[in-house]
Design a protein around this ligand. Structure first.
Ligand code: NAP
Length: 251
């Protein structure tokens, strides 16, 4: 088996935003679970290095550099996956960006960019993945939302709209495809230690963590663990669910 090939019985998982942070941890975890993992992000070098490491440690993975805000590039990326493997079993829409600002100063461009990457690109990949999943009568769609999509957050009306949109979209997909053996769920992380939270002011993070029942930031691996569960055979009766992995933030 060459690094980019999956064997016939192996499930194929596409993980977007796999170059760092939560997506990287998800890719590592799904690979350790025995799946062939397709790593998607714009940073070609980062995902090629990660694919090399995963294959080097006995896993099965490939890098597919792609800017998901480019419709044609996203379509070509997923078509390439079907052509090479003839299947797609697990889709994790994790790629996300922020363009924070208070509503009075938020530009149309910042609103559209966040909706484009965080919601529209996820919708387009779910739509494209539905057909091969239906054909295989098995599928797992896992969309990475945020607690912000449930509770809102000042300065993030674009991000909150995208993440709230993911919840409605995922529940609708779950209802449409449930009879075909396909589940669709959202994981809503709280504060997780990644580049995204590194960009926040220290004082803001300190105060937020102080209010959390868990009294600490979450780790990317803790999100990956929940993805692994939702992608598993045993989670076949869990669909339309929003799983907060947030140290108790929403409790
Ligand atoms: P991160 O470290 O900023 O990583 C974001 C990932 O998305 C990167 O791999 C990035 O790769 C990829 N990406 C962004 N735009 C893309 C595009 N146009 N095309 C392809 N890939 C793109 O973020 P993170 O903290 O790991 O967050 C991952 C997900 O969890 C996001 O959806 C985020 O909203 C959500 N989340 C995070 C937290 C948190 O506390 N960290 C909390 C709640 C929810 P390239 O730059 O290489 O393209």
């Amino acid at each position: 088996m060459t690094p980019a090939e999956s064997d016939n019985n192996q499930r194929v998982a596409v993980v977007t935003g796999a170059s760092r942070g939560i997506g990287k941890a998800i890719a590592e975890r799904l690979c350790a679970d025995g799946h062939h993992v397709v790593l998607v992000a714009r940073s070609a070098e980062a995902i090629e290095t990660l694919a090399g490491e995963l294959v080097g440690s006995g896993g099965s993975a490939e890098a597919c550099p792609c800017d998901l805000s480019d419709d044609a590039a996203a379509d070509a990326m997923l078509e390439g996956v079907f052509e090479r493997h003839g299947r797609l079993d697990i889709l994790v829409n994790n790629a996300g960006i922020t363009r924070d600002g208070l509503i009075l100063r938020m530009s149309d461009e910042d609103f559209d960019a966040v909706l484009g990457t965080n919601l529209r690109a996820a919708f387009r990949l779910c739509r494209a993945a539905a057909r091969p999943m239906m054909r295989g009568r098995w599928g797992r769609i896992i969309n990475i939302g945020s607690v912000v999509g449930i509770m809102g957050n000042p300065g993030q009306c674009n991000y909150a709209a995208a993440k709230a949109g993911l919840i409605g979209m995922t529940r609708s997909i779950g209802k449409e495809l449930g009879g075909k053996g396909i589940t669709a769920n959202v994981i809503a992380p709280g504060f997780i230690e990644t580049d995204m939270t590194d960009a926040l002011p220290d004082q803001l993070v300190k105060e937020a963590v102080g209010r959390l029942p868990a009294r600490r930031l979450g780790k990317p691996e803790e999100i990956a663990h929940s993805v692994s569960f939702l992608a598993s055979e045993g989670a076949g009766y869990v669909t339309g669910h929003v799983l907060a992995v947030d140290g108790g933030m929403l409790s």
